[in-house]
Write a protein that binds this ligand. Sequence first.
Ligand SMILES: Nc1nc(=O)c2c([nH]1)NC[C@@H]1CN(c3ccc(C(=O)N[C@@H](CCC(=O)O)C(=O)O)cc3)C=[N+]21
Length: 338
Amino acid sequence: MTCDTESVWKKVRHGTASAAEARADEKFDSVDRSCATVNPTMTTIIDGNEVADQIQSEVSTCVDTLRDDGVTPGLATVLMSDDGASETYVSMKQRTCEELGIESFHHEIDPDEPAEVLFDRIDELNEDPAVHGILVQMPVPDHVEKRAVLERIDPVKDVDGFHPENVGKLVAGNARYKPCTPHGVQKMLAAYDIETEGRDAVVVGRSDIVGKPMANLFIQRDDGGNATTTVCHSRTDDLAAKTREADILVAAAGVPEMIDGEMVGEGATVVDVGINRVDADNEKGYELVGDVDFESAKEKASAITPVPGGVGPLTIAMLMYNTVKGASLQSGVPVDLP
Ligand SMILES: Nc1nc(=O)c2c([nH]1)NC[C@@H]1CN(c3ccc(C(=O)N[C@@H](CCC(=O)O)C(=O)O)cc3)C=[N+]21
């Protein structure tokens, strides 16, 4: 077996190999000189729980700072759904609040109630000085207009960052609240020293809550940004040709295991935002799978996030971060958020 690291670098210098290929190769080279073949065991499995714990401990310090000044950060969650997954996620958010000393106020509204009931509740929470952040768990019932819900929340308390004022500020490069999931992805890449600047980022999915803000963060002139960014979606021709070019591939289409190893370039970082419950023969009756076929993608990737234990925990950590930021903005007590 011969080692072809030198030849890959030559190709990079001549513009015929991507930087990701070279980086992957360099990594193999640093461990094993006989690196002609890809060693799948070299893939870094990104630990979302560990990154989330780190962020939460920093957020917790900020909570202490606020409390020393007489301010207890408060997050209101509103659930208007009977969906089991939504209930699980809301209770996880409440539990994390408790761990960090953030007060949580939970509100449930019967999904058969008219939209006005939800709007009235949002109005009350907008007025409540103990509430610094308001999260209305999505999805809301069909008879409730999602857009109207997002616009009803006071933008200063909109810790999801979904209100058009906050979307505008984000796009303008002056974010108030970065949306939790894409912000979490940035934190995760930073924690693993995965550079975005100058690299090709490909986002699959154009949702308002993940795809669009993720792409916006990737193109900002900022840490975690400066990436050359492509947004793909259900109408994209030859999706695999696009995804294979990615140095950083973010799968956020909401389609179980749609991104397989064939669609991943050698040495890419693969970030799986999908959280899909699929039927399974276990006591829960379901299992969680991402938008990425983990086993085949892992063979190609230099780093990959699992589901569960990947992006999900970061979403919650960044919600706590935004709630503390909200408490600071609304009280005028400064905090030192990471
Ligand atoms: N207004 C609003 N804001 C949201 O942020 C929001 C929302 N609506 N609606 C639903 C989605 C979904 N979401 C998740 C957050 C954490 C995990 C998470 O931590 N998952 C764990 C596993 C959880 C399990 O075991 O079921 C993991 O991936 O390791 C999952 C999903 C936030 N969402």
